[in-house]
Ligand binder design. Sequence first.
Ligand SMILES: *Cc1c(COP(=O)(O)O)cnc(C)c1O
Length: 360
Amino acid sequence: MPRVYNFSAGPSTLPEPVLERAAAEMLDYSGSGQSVMEMSHRSPEYDAIIVDCERRLRSVMSIPDNYKVLFIQGGASMQFSMVPQNLLTGSGRADYVVSGQFSQKAYQEAKALGEIRLVASGKESGFSRIPALDPAAFDPSADYFHICQNNTIFGTRFTTLPETGKVPLVADMSSCILSEPADVSRYGLIYAGAQKKMGPAGLCVVIVREDLIRELPELPSMLRYKTYADNDSMYNTPPTYAIYIMGMVLRWIEEEIGGLAAMKLHNEKKAAVLYDAIDSSGLFRPVAAREDRSMMNVTFVTGDKELDKKFCTQAQAEGFFNLKGHRSAGGMRASIYNAMPIEGVEKLAAFMQRFEAENS
Ligand SMILES: *Cc1c(COP(=O)(O)O)cnc(C)c1O
């Protein structure tokens, strides 16, 4: 079967050259006579792989020297509790914005660990927009301020970052990292599960300002950022294969795309094709408020659940996979992450027009 256009929100489509190279290196990585999966994580070959992956991430994202890059297992969800466990060390208070389901989960987890305040919630709008924020209402002595920068399920995103002053901004960037340039110095901590934008599941990347990494001997070793920082993410076995693939994805961004500024242009173009198709349609309606629309997850509905279902079924028969919206949001969602080619989006837009003509 030929490869399909995979609009899955995660795990999601990866660049074909990366998959081809992984396939070519499967039985013999670089003359080692082994696959990367089988290699000792303490071997010189593997050390070069993890060092290269971190170096490329630092270079692609222009990560300042006073930030550590940590490779952690447990997905983005484990950061929902690792962040409060490691960062609630001053006032014991933190501010959270709930703008979707993942930030709701992060908020719930944190609530068990400190004095957590809900600064704003998008619940009333059905999470179709980012709630308005008033910096005057932020807690100036909070240990951190948490947002989910791109809401994977509802298809909204922060277009500007909240002005948190001295309070470290913590962002879940699972579904938007590497899609455009980011000023890392604006954040205290960034975390992102790899399976949306960077590689296979099983790896979560944490980028954290050094002064936020604390001793915390009362925490289990595996839950302390310090353990990962002190051991170059090799305290125990890291997710070796996921890191290897991520390194190749970064290389693809650097060498074939030309970095994050170029990546952003690609992504803007793709999103424009799809949003134009929705806006000019008499059948499909967008879910997210225009000013908060995600560049990565495009959500839309027909308003008729049966017709939504028919659309997804027919789309799949034509090679457009995983367009069904998240179970909590319904409708359709096209996740058009970095590795989705523009042709995939153009062909989907053309299919939407055909479907509309046949069903109205
Ligand atoms: C998918 C996702 C998560 C959950 O990631 P896991 O790796 O499955 O724990 C958290 N936050 C956002 C924004 C996501 O898109």
